[in-house]
Write a protein that binds this ligand. Structure first.
Ligand SMILES: *Cc1c(COP(=O)(O)O)cnc(C)c1O
Length: 455
């Protein structure tokens, strides 16, 4: 006797139309409005009683989402969102993200999901080629740069332990510069390694400084890895990857490159040269949900020698034995600390397949051009001071005479007026202003409008 499916699982044309109509509208916003910070009390009032025993009318719930909740989320895909790192997913990528969801597309093992994994790996190969990594390179898509950095540095740590013949009690260190991303510092806490801090030269982490710091240290053999950043988040500075890679190769250290934000610059001829040396990376992370125009949450993690990652990350559980047969099948779960994962590389795959790589190159170059033109405008403006020539698409600058409070008041007013979302940042202990460009819809007119409010 077969029971009728639970009512939640029956096809429901009305619900499909309701939600698709909303999505159709959201996809056509032009431009996407910035929206506002939330008020906890207001949100709690609207949410009260919603999760009850009997459910609610779907149209009412969707309306609550549209009118109250979604307006209290600052739109990261607005062309006026210029804080932190914005996002600007292509329409093709956004649409395919819905396909991944509605088809419950997973990317756990080759046995279960070969089709999805083959497509994801095609994108990973494309990125590996841009970085100049060897044919052997491979990896997986994880949720973000933080997950990528953590997964890669666990492999670095365990590879070093094996090589040195030491256990978890041994003190191990990883060389970093001050500007390294906070997720790397978090990783150190999680995996029990220490930072070996190297001073920067003109805010860049250089091979020469690393060599000097190691030479001055009594136990350089405990420094087992180096993290270079290919585009610091605050300022877009690309470390001396060539110099760092020379030192790591001389000393047999692991070389990890964090390109979560800036890695996309590998696709931009005007800056590609700055990444030289990246081809020697043992592991490399780039977030397509930042500057490769994929939706959240999508980070590409690549290893030069994926076997090393596999030996560290493969989960050992008897119910998983069937996944680990002989052969060349690729199980993405084996290359990071996760198990179940959605096939989050597919939206990017679909979008690149549809638009071609040149469209990506052009869109990334637009962000770079915007940064250069903005820098020039700042230099020409009396009361503004450019703090450094932009290397990528982040621009840090000072409003002469402003205090910390001035910047914060100005930032809040800009958002209240829906002119821009531009948050202050720190620069050598001082509060300053910063733009992060990457949305191809951001225009110089928008930049002028924002800068005019600083007069
Ligand atoms: C954004 C960023 C990260 C963290 O990535 P998430 O996707 O937010 O986890 C790490 N490193 C750098 C350089 C970043 O810009």
């Amino acid at each position: 006797m077969s029971a009728a499916p639970n009512r939640m699982h029956r096809p429901d044309a009305e619900l499909v139309d309701l939600v698709f109509d909303y999505m159709r509208e959201r996809l056509q916003y032009d431009p996407v409005p910035l929206d506002h910070p939330g008020d906890g009390e207001h949100l709690r009032t609207h949410l009260a009683g919603l999760l009850n025993e009997h459910g609610n009318n779907p149209a009412d719930v969707l309306k609550l989402y549209d009118h109250e909740l979604s307006r209290a989320v600052i739109s990261a895909d607005s062309p006026r969102y210029l804080s932190f790192i914005p996002c600007a997913p292509t329409k093709a990528a956004l649409l395919f993200d819905m396909v991944v969801s509605c088809a419950s597309l997973q990317g756990i093992s080759w046995l279960e999901a070969a089709g999805a994994i083959a497509a994801e790996n095609q994108v990973l190969r494309l990125i590996a080629d841009r970085a100049g990594l060897p044919e052997s390179a491979g990896g997986t898509f994880v949720s973000g740069g933080s997950a990528g950095n953590l997964s890669a540095l666990v492999v670095a740590r365990d590879t070093a332990r094996r090589k040195l013949g030491v256990g978890p009690e041994a003190r191990l260190r990883v060389a970093v510069a001050d500007q390294v991303h906070s997720s790397v510092k978090n990783t150190f806490n999680i995996i029990g390694v220490e930072a070996f801090k190297v001073p920067t030269v003109d805010r860049r982490f250089t091979g020469e400084a690393l060599r000097a710091a190691l030479a001055a240290d009594p136990n350089p053999e405990t420094v087992i890895a180096v993290v270079g950043t290919a585009g610091t988040t605050n300022e877009g500075i690309i470390d001396d990857l060539q110099g760092l890679s020379e030192v790591t190769r001389e000393r047999g250290m692991w070389f990890h490159v964090d390109g979560a934000y800036g890695g996309a610059g590998l696709f931009a001829p005007s800056v590609r040269e700055r990444y030289n040396g990246i081809e020697h990376a043992d592991s490399f992370v780039v977030d397509p949900h930042k500057w490769l125009f994929a939706p959240f949450d999508c980070a590409a993690l690549l290893y030069r020698n994926p076997q090393l990652a596999r030996s560290v990350h493969t989960q050992d559980a008897s119910y998983l034995d069937v996944l680990h047969t002989e052969g060349d099948e690729w199980n993405p779960t084996d290359y990071a600390y996760h198990l179940t994962r959605r096939a989050r590389g597919l939206p990017l795959w679909f979008s690149i397949a549809v638009h071609g790589t040149q469209a990506y190159t052009d869109a990334i170059e637009e962000g770079l051009t915007l940064a250069r033109e903005t820098a020039q405008l700042i230099e020409e403006t009396e009361h503004l001071e450019l703090l450094m020539d932009p290397q990528l698409s982040a621009v840090c600058f000072r409003r002469t005479g402003w205090t910390n409070d001035d910047y914060y008041r100005w930032s809040q007013q800009l958002l209240a007026d829906q002119i821009g979302f531009v948050t202050p940042t720190g620069w050598e202990g001082e509060t300053v202003a910063r733009f992060a460009f990457l949305h191809p819809g951001t225009t110089m007119d928008m930049v002028r409008e924002i800068l005019a409010t600083m007069a």
